[in-house]
Design a protein. Structure first.
Length: 133
């Protein structure tokens, strides 16, 4: 006969706990190798990143949800003419509300901060925006 043993700890799926803050600790870019030392592009990304961080942080003050993941990644495709082609979440914060706010803020900043189009040689470039909560 089987003894009444408690179930293994892995038997029950744990509900993930939200983080205690939605404050952005760090926001940075991963960029194509050929643009790494391009001062105009690096300055553009710094300026866009600051605008994004400010907008995201301001919008997050008005919501009650917290992120479930300490990291969110947004993939951004910027075309040669400076417009953005695609802005998608590749790693979620764990909150649909926060993901939507981040995407909205990233798109708004990309419209507002003009890319140095004279520096873009390819038809488009993939950038990854990493946000640490």
């Amino acid at each position: 006969s089987q003894a009444n043993t408690p179930p293994d700890a892995n038997t029950y799926a744990k509900t993930p706990e939200p983080l205690t803050s939605s404050e952005i600790k760090r926001l940075y870019w991963e960029i194509p190798q050929e643009l790494t030392y391009n001062e105009a592009v690096v300055n553009y990304l710094k300026t866009a990143g600051k605008a994004m961080k400010f907008a995201i942080q301001s919008d997050l003050l008005n919501i009650s949800e917290m992120p479930y993941s300490p990291k969110m990644i947004v993939n951004v495709v910027i075309k040669k003419d400076g417009s953005y082609d695609n802005v998608v979440t590749t790693v979620s914060s764990g909150s649909k509300q926060i993901d939507a706010i981040v995407l909205q803020s990233v798109k708004a900043a990309l419209k507002y901060v003009k890319a140095p189009t004279s520096e873009f040689k390819n038809d488009s470039y993939n950038f990854s925006l990493i946000i640490n909560f």
